[in-house]
Design a protein around this ligand. Structure first.
Ligand code: NI
Length: 139
């Protein structure tokens, strides 16, 4: 018979600076579309990243995955590289990417999906503010 499949989620936080800017547009167009996020001298957000993995509940532990292990892996592969950094400049896996929340969450997925294996990453939710979040499920 099939094992019950459960999703477990760990939240991590990081602070980072960015600037949204499309260099092929005029300054006015950039300002109109991106508003304060186009500020030439950067600004920061207090991001939260909810990392979800799904799988069978292991009989021995009662866990899908030890959440401390999940935390350690996400810290090692993502948070340690982006916390207190400038997303436009400092982060190897964000090079050449306009750091909207959408593009950040996709970049994080590309790093985390292989790093978490054999655990199955099923969803990332990235909060840029208390009111705005984006979700990505790898599709
Ligand atoms: Ni912003």
């Amino acid at each position: 018979h099939r094992m019950p499949r459960v999703t477990v989620t760990r939240r991590l936080s990081f602070n980072a600076a960015h600037r949204l800017h499309n260099p092929t547009w005029s300054d006015d167009e950039n300002q109109q579309l991106f508003g304060p996020c186009n500020n030439p001298n950067w600004h920061g957000h207090n991001y939260r990243l909810d990392v979800s993995v799904a799988g069978d509940v292991e009989a021995r532990t009662g866990y899908v995955m030890d959440l401390k292990r999940l935390r350690d892996l996400v810290e090692q592969h993502v948070v340690d590289k982006i916390d207190h950094r400038n997303l436009n400049i400092d982060v190897d896996f964000m090079q050449g990417i306009n750091p909207t929340a959408e593009n950040i969450v996709i970049a994080c997925w590309r790093v985390l999906a292989p790093a978490l294996r054999p655990a199955e990453l099923t969803r990332l939710r990235l909060w840029e503010t208390d009111n705005n979040y984006v979700e990505y499920e790898g599709r």
